[in-house]
Design a protein around this ligand. Structure first.
Ligand code: AMP
Length: 360
């Protein structure tokens, strides 16, 4: 892992808000950025030095990106793994492509977590009606069917609450008869995530832990700090460190957990990238998750992400963006809009961070 010089160029695959926020952080540290994404008017096009408009599997474009960049990172899971492998032939890709290969396939991810000795919800691999029938019997007749690939923000998921012919047929149809897992419901009292970074020297640094509230599978709110015991935080951080070291990871990672009322915790999934549940770091920490990620992939020292305020982060989803004039008048409220032209139902348009308490 090399150490980038000031003025070096960082490649970003994907052009959404995460790439945009990474470009802003990179610019603050004196780097240039090049974004590769197929959408011309993407969020990150506003904030990057250069934008290669091309499909993720366009080899000529990937070669051009590799030539321009000293290191390449990515903002989402659904990039073809062959794209990262191809780039890794000519340049450094961080986090390592293997981390993406694990995270982008729920079956591989659950298997990986199990092999690391990490507790998850009970799960079964589903390839057809027969395997689903057997899993439902083992699971007590209900569970969540999740497609292995392309699942995010609640997509590719169906809740099966009764073991009936119609429900099962509809569930398989909804996910398109693709390989999937069936997961047992976890009766959690809270959802939390650990946002952490691992650097060139294998050092691991943690942010404080947010409590996350989802609606229809989409993150709506993160409350910082989460009201969970120090033991829960310690265990969640130890699990995160195990994942980071096992993957020989470089960069920021987010690991999502279910916490039960008795304090037991189950890993749900991890994202090998900066994460929506870490956006609050932008307004309340000395070092944001975006800066931390750029520092890590540049081989620079990680920052100690001291937090000076408690806060609540809320996503601005769909036409909530029309409330911007009122939000601007709320005291102690930070706003970040992603510059997306089209308002769509369920689309993340920006976020706000309300400061709830500042430490003395
Ligand atoms: P996921 O895409 O796996 O992160 O799921 C999105 C959201 O659905 C989670 O944040 C939970 O709120 C809910 N969920 C997912 N899996 C389970 C589960 N096994 N038990 C209960 N709730 C779940």
């Amino acid at each position: 892992m090399k150490v980038l010089h000031i003025g070096a160029t960082i490649g970003l695959i994907g052009g959404g808000q995460l790439a945009s926020m990474m470009s802003i952080a990179a610019a603050r540290l004196g780097f240039r950025t090049v974004v590769l994404s197929p959408e011309k008017n993407c969020s990150a096009a506003r904030t990057t030095n250069e934008h290669i408009v091309a499909a993720y599997d366009n080899h000529a474009a990937l070669e051009h990106l590799a030539q321009l960049c000293d290191v390449i990172t990515y903002e989402f899971e659904n990039i073809p793994i062959t794209t990262l492998d191809y780039l890794a032939l000519n340049t450094t890709v961080a986090p390592p492509p293997f981390a993406l290969a694990v995270a982008q396939n729920r079956f591989i991810e659950k298997k990986f977590l199990g092999e690391c000795g990490i507790a998850t919800a009970p799960w079964w691999f589903i390839e057809d009606r027969e395997t689903l029938d057997a899993a439902l019997i083992a699971c007590g007749g209900k569970g969540i069917l999740k497609s292995c690939f392309f699942g995010y923000d609640g997509k590719g998921q169906v809740h099966i609450t009764k073991n009936s012919e119609d429900t099962i047929r509809m569930a398989l149809e909804t996910i398109g008869h693709v390989p999937a897992i069936l997961e047992g419901f976890v009766d959690f009292s809270k959802e939390i995530s650990v946002i952490a970074a691992r650097g060139r020297l294998k050092d691991v640094v943690f942010f404080d832990v947010p409590e996350n509230i989802h609606q229809a599978g989409i993150l709506r709110t993160s409350i910082v700090p989460a009201a969970v015991s120090p033991e829960v935080i310690k265990t969640a951080r130890e699990i995160t460190a195990t994942i980071l070291h096992t993957l020989n990871y470089i960069g920021v990672i987010a690991v999502e957990f279910f916490v039960k009322a008795d304090g037991s915790i189950f890993a749900n999934e991890f994202a090998p990238r900066v994460h929506n549940s870490g956006h609050w770091t932008e307004a309340t920490c000395i070092i944001s998750q975006f800066e931390q990620h750029i520092r890590a992939i540049a081989g620079w020292s990680l920052g100690i992400p001291l937090r000076h305020s408690d806060c609540i982060m809320e996503n601005i989803i769909g036409d909530d963006i029309n409330k911007t004039p009122e939000i601007l008048q709320q005291p102690g409220t930070f706003i970040h809009l992603y510059g997306k032209e089209e308002i769509r139902l369920g689309r993340k348009m920006g976020h706000i961070i309300h400061i709830t308490h500042t430490q003395e």
